[in-house]
Design a protein. Structure first.
Ligand SMILES: Cc1ncc(COP(=O)(O)O)c(C=O)c1O
Length: 441
């Protein structure tokens, strides 16, 4: 592979974009891409072509939704057919019933569901339901987890999400989150308790002490947003036991892991029953759709009007048909695609570890099925947020830039996604590219 990748057209378009589109990108994270936010010509399967004619094997996968790869024929056909019958009605249609029923069949904790458009909205609804159900206000969330960008829950992300400890000392600093952005209401965050994840004793102390005020604990099942860190054995089970005992709703945010880890999400994988789950990303295969699913006792607050859930495009025909087509592919032959996707991801992870060793780069790859986090670090293990924050983020950013020149598209933060269409040839080319990229760092 050559090292002559040029990004002239992307650079020109980015400058043009900045004139009319605030910040030049439609979602703030995308501005971080080096050497320039890429402009795409087309994409198909595991491959993506930019406007300069450069082709990439894509492991960014639209930040996660593209579990079927780009433009999967089943998805294209289904959305095309839906479009011919009208994209949205603001009225009810069979696609909603079929999708909602499907979700209750596939997600172990789902007795009933509500449909939204994005992960952020699904989380907002789950938190609202939890507060209404418990008649309490406070939210416990964890360092390094991400639950969307609403004022209710967004904290400085991904690293320094705590206020510097003041005269009150460390104990207070630990529980006072920093706003994630200018313009965010600090009052909203005053009801958020921010804890380190994977610390069961601190969790127990906090929940017992605050049980009369704490409505909800929200957690990613695996810390995919910061290092792809697995829960310690028994940690999520203890969280489940404590929340049940203390009358606190447990929300598992499966916006990344839902339908990616397996058809029953991470809670199916771990055999855990949270009260509510949020799913998004992979559910629509690249079309905007999300859902809250869980116990009917909580969900029925929507039925009796105690809780409002709104959205002009909720349950639209494009969203439901995309989700149903995606679920059809994922569930065919007993979910066989998960086996092959995990095998490809496993080979890729092994190849990357070998490449690091061969190039004398110290690093870690934390894997959870078809999602993994690669980082350069001197740590022996990255199993909590503190050790994650010791990684050399700059070196990884450089690696991602070099990989681009080798024809591999990565998120600059280290999180990789594999789709059902990535294959062994993609892996072979990617590992060879990684070796060359590291040699040039
Ligand atoms: C765990 C988790 N929850 C919620 C969200 C927010 O989803 P969206 O970007 O669709 O609003 C994300 C997005 O990355 C996520 O990773």
């Amino acid at each position: 592979m050559t090292m002559t990748y040029q990004y002239e057209q992307s650079k020109i378009k980015f400058e043009a974009s900045r004139k009319y589109l605030a910040q030049g990108v439609a979602s703030s994270l995308r501005a971080a891409m080096k050497p320039v936010p890429l402009f795409v010509e087309s994409a198909s399967g595991s491959r993506l072509r930019d406007v300069d004619g450069n082709e990439y094997i894509d492991y960014m996968l639209g930040y996660g939704p593209l579990i079927l790869g780009h433009s999967h024929p089943a998805l294209v056909e289904s959305v095309h057919e839906a479009m011919l019958k009208g994209s949205t009605y603001g009225l009810q249609h069979d696609g909603e019933i079929t999708l909602a029923r499907r979700l209750t069949e596939l997600l172990p904790c789902a007795e009933s569901v509500a449909l939204s458009g994005s992960g952020t909205e699904a989380v907002m609804l789950a938190l609202r339901l939890a507060r209404a159900y418990t008649a309490k206000r406070k939210i416990v969330r964890f360092h390094g987890h991400y639950h969307g960008w609403s004022d209710t829950i967004f904290t400085s992300f991904p690293s320094s999400d705590m206020k510097p400890s003041g005269a009150q000392g460390q104990a207070q600093a630990e529980t006072r989150p920093l706003p994630g952005t200018g313009g965010q209401s600090e009052i909203a965050l005053s009801e958020v308790i921010l804890l380190p994840w994977n610390d069961p004793d601190l969790l127990e102390r906090t929940l017992r002490a605050g049980k009369d005020e704490i409505a909800v604990v929200i957690t990613e099942p695996v810390m995919c947003n910061s290092g792809c860190i697995l829960p310690l054995p028994g940690y999520l089970e203890r969280m489940r036991g404590l929340t049940k005992e203390l009358g606190i709703v447990m929300v598992m945010d499966e916006v990344i892991t839902g339908f990616r880890i397996g058809i029953g999400g991470a809670h199916g994988h771990f055999g855990l029953m949270p009260d509510l789950v949020t799913v998004g990303k992979a559910l629509g295969g690249g079309v905007a759709v999300s859902a809250v699913a869980g116990k009917s006792e909580i969900m029925k607050l929507l039925d009796n009007g105690a809780v409002s859930h709104l959205g002009t495009l909720n349950g639209n025909c494009i969203a439901t048909s995309a989700a149903l087509a995606t679920l059809d592919v994922l569930t065919a032959n007993g979910g066989a695609v998960y086996g092959s996707m995990n095998r490809v991801a496993g080979r890729l992870v092994q190849g990357l570890r070998d490449a690091m060793a061969k190039q004398g780069k110290k690093g870690i790859v934390n894997q959870f099925g078809p999602v993994f986090h690669m980082m350069f670090t001197a740590e022996e293990r990255v199993d909590n947020f503190a050790s994650f924050n010791k990684r050399d983020a700059g070196a990884y950013g450089l690696f991602a830039e070099r990989m681009l020149e080798e024809g591999v598209l990565l998120r600059p933060n280290g999180l990789w996604y594999v789709s059902v269409v990535h294959n062994d040839e993609d892996v072979r080319q990617t590992v060879a590219a990684a070796e060359r990229a590291m040699a040039r760092m």
